[in-house]
Design a binder for this molecule. Structure first.
Ligand SMILES: [Zn+2]
Length: 411
């Protein structure tokens, strides 16, 4: 059984919108309030909050702030579950310290774990008598576990339906591929079969409409920044009407770019999973990414990690294998023909000639071939090993010293 999420557009009327906004506001309030309490209590007397303590405190909070009674109490419970999860992720070192959810961002979400009903083209949720209109563009299959309703900064509402279902595994395949993040293009791909050396290479560009919107977005963001607004926390400048109007325009385009990118990555990851049994990619280091303030690089990294994420869950669904190779493996600097390592290669060098075997390399394609070879050289899994992917990480470091050690490479 696998978790799968469907997403549908919601069309609430005015009264329903009010209720949804209220629920989003209350969930945000509870999350922020508990986060504030956790921080201050820790500072004053080193009290450690946990999920149990949060849940126990919730009724008191409701007594103090009676408006919380107007929304589904299970959605509020879910807010503290999320906060607890955020803290756990922080202590594991996989994400930043939990942040306050800002009202200013005009987005938000709340979960409906139980007591909902889908009937015809409407969804019924607790504390709201009328059903909200949904556009079900796909049929839902599997057992429904929970619902989430979210709102975008451009005032669109969505319903996410989490289901549990059996995914049809694809037939095993001989094909292997390596994918490297490109410098000018989105990615370089090297693809071939497990048992011969016929390698097909290709570069994949971002679709034209996506790069066009991205360029436009960058330009608009620069224009927005020039308009009158608050620049630092201490700054008391009031945002001009022009700034507010313009920022809505930017938010709209932002949403469009995000949709176009997700659409492109969904199609690409589906094709890659359909055509290959083993897929090797370069892993990005999340910690390094969070500290990266170079905007263009951050955007391309974000797209890349979204792509790897999609590859991972689709590989799990359909019975394929994704191998993440540590980014410190010199995939671009190693000659894919003779394994000579060109230490003087810089980011600017798009092409280079190997001084040992004289092969002329395209930087990105050469890197993809190296990643392809990592996947190709892995021995076949025995049927007993096929059950758990983790088995593979045990011997991976021995054969490939550059592969990431520990289980983190197989998250
Ligand atoms: Zn060489």
């Amino acid at each position: 059984m696998t978790d799968y999420t469907y997403r549908f557009r919601l069309y609430p009327n005015r009264e329903q919108r009010e209720h949804l906004n209220k629920s989003i506001g209350c969930v945000r309030f509870v999350y922020n309030h508990m986060l504030y309490k956790t921080k201050t209590d820790y500072r004053t007397d080193h009290t450690n909050w946990n999920l149990y303590a949060y849940k126990k405190y919730l009724p008191d909070l409701k007594k103090e702030y009676s408006f919380l009674e107007e929304v589904n109490s299970q959605s509020l419970q879910n807010a503290v579950i999320n906060l607890d999860r955020a803290f756990k992720a922080f202590f594991k070192g996989i994400s930043e310290f939990p942040k306050f959810k800002k009202k200013k961002k005009r987005n938000g979400a709340f979960a409906i774990p139980q007591h909902f009903r889908i009937q015809g083209n409407r969804v019924f949720i607790p504390k709201l008598k009328t059903g909200i209109k949904v556009r079900f563009h796909r049929e839902i299959t599997g057992k429904i576990k929970s619902l989430t309703i979210s709102k975008t900064p451009t005032n669109k509402y969505y319903l996410s339906v989490l289901v549990e279902k059996d995914m049809q595994k694809l037939l095993p395949f001989q094909s292997v591929c390596g994918i490297d993040v490109g410098i000018k293009s989105f990615a370089a791909v090297a693809q071939g079969s497990n048992n011969n050396n016929n390698i097909k290479t290709d570069k994949i560009d971002n679709p034209k409409h996506l790069s066009k919107s991205e360029k436009k977005l960058k330009r608009l963001q620069r224009q927005l920044d020039r308009k009158q607004h608050k620049r630092t926390k201490q700054d008391n400048t009031k945002a001009s009407n022009n700034y507010i109007r313009f920022s809505r325009k930017v938010a709209k385009l932002h949403e469009k770019v995000a949709c176009q990118r997700a659409d492109f990555l969904h199609k690409l990851s589906k094709t890659v999973i359909n055509e290959n049994q083993v897929i090797t990619v370069e892993n990005l280091n999340v910690k390094g990414m969070l500290g990266n303030h170079h905007l263009a690089k951050a955007i391309s990294d974000a797209g890349w990690s979204m792509f790897i994420n999609m590859l991972q869950y689709k590989a799990d669904w359909y019975g394929r294998e994704l191998i993440r190779v540590d980014r410190f493996y010199p995939s671009s600097k190693t000659c894919s023909v003779c394994k000579y390592v060109n230490k003087s290669l810089t980011l600017k060098d798009r092409e280079w000639v190997c001084p040992v075997c004289n092969t002329k390399h395209d930087r990105d394609i050469n890197a993809a071939i190296n990643l392809y070879k990592v996947g190709q050289e892995l021995p076949e899994l025995t049927p007993a090993e096929k059950g758990t992917v983790d088995d593979r990480s045990l011997w991976l470091p021995k054969k490939h010293p550059f592969a990431e050690t520990g289980s983190s490479s197989f998250q």
